[in-house]
Design a protein around this ligand. Structure first.
Ligand code: HEM
Length: 153
């Protein structure tokens, strides 16, 4: 129904402005909170990344293509260190104090195909945990430069 006079029109616009301000006001803190969160937070926190590392090592050590690399390794330590490293790389509260990437992978004959296979496992695990595509890609982008330290063959 059309408003009868200009006073009524003005009132309706005022009400609309108040409603818009309330909606925008309630959305603003959410948007700010997301911008401030670290990649680690957005991925699900240090605990989730520890779980991801656990699964990544389990999948890699039981994958017939890469199992031989992990046959003589302390798996508990490996899971822990990868979890800490993922958390640190994602600006989380962890400080990586494990071995130097180049030194620990040296002499393991890791190929580019091995590297991309592990990245694919990681991608699948992150997907299974419902990580957002942009956050997953950001993490993978930050890990990519490690290829030069890991691949030796
Ligand atoms: C972005 C890719 C990778 C990351 C971030 C990564 C990270 C790590 C970390 C944090 C450690 C533990 C270091 C420590 O114990 O102090 C480690 C060790 C190890 N990595 Fe990787 N790694 C990657 C790729 C690979 C690939 C492709 C393979 C083989 C298929 C591999 C095989 C191993 C093995 C066997 C060890 C244990 C070495 C040992 O304890 O003697 N890694 N890696």
């Amino acid at each position: 129904m059309l408003p009868k006079n200009s006073a009524e029109t003005t009132l309706k616009f005022k009400k609309l402005r108040v409603a818009a301000a309330l909606v925008l006001g309630s959305l603003a803190p959410v948007a700010l909170a997301d911008e401030r969160a670290t990649l680690c937070d957005r991925l699900g926190g240090a605990a989730l990344l520890a779980q991801v590392a656990d699964e990544l090592v389990e999948v890699s050590r039981t994958d017939p293509v890469s199992a031989h690399h992990f046959a003589k390794v302390n798996l508990k330590r490996l899971k822990q260190q990868i979890g800490i490293q993922l958390c640190a790389v994602a600006d989380g509260p962890c400080v990586y104090d494990g071995d130097d990437m180049k030194a620990v992978h040296a002499g393991q004959n890791i190929t580019q195909a091995d590297f991309y296979r592990l990245v694919e496992h990681l991608r699948t695990i992150l997907d299974a945990h419902g990580v957002a595509t942009a956050d997953k890609n950001e993490l993978l982008k930050r890990l990519a430069p490690m290829k030069r330290d890991v691949v030796t063959k």
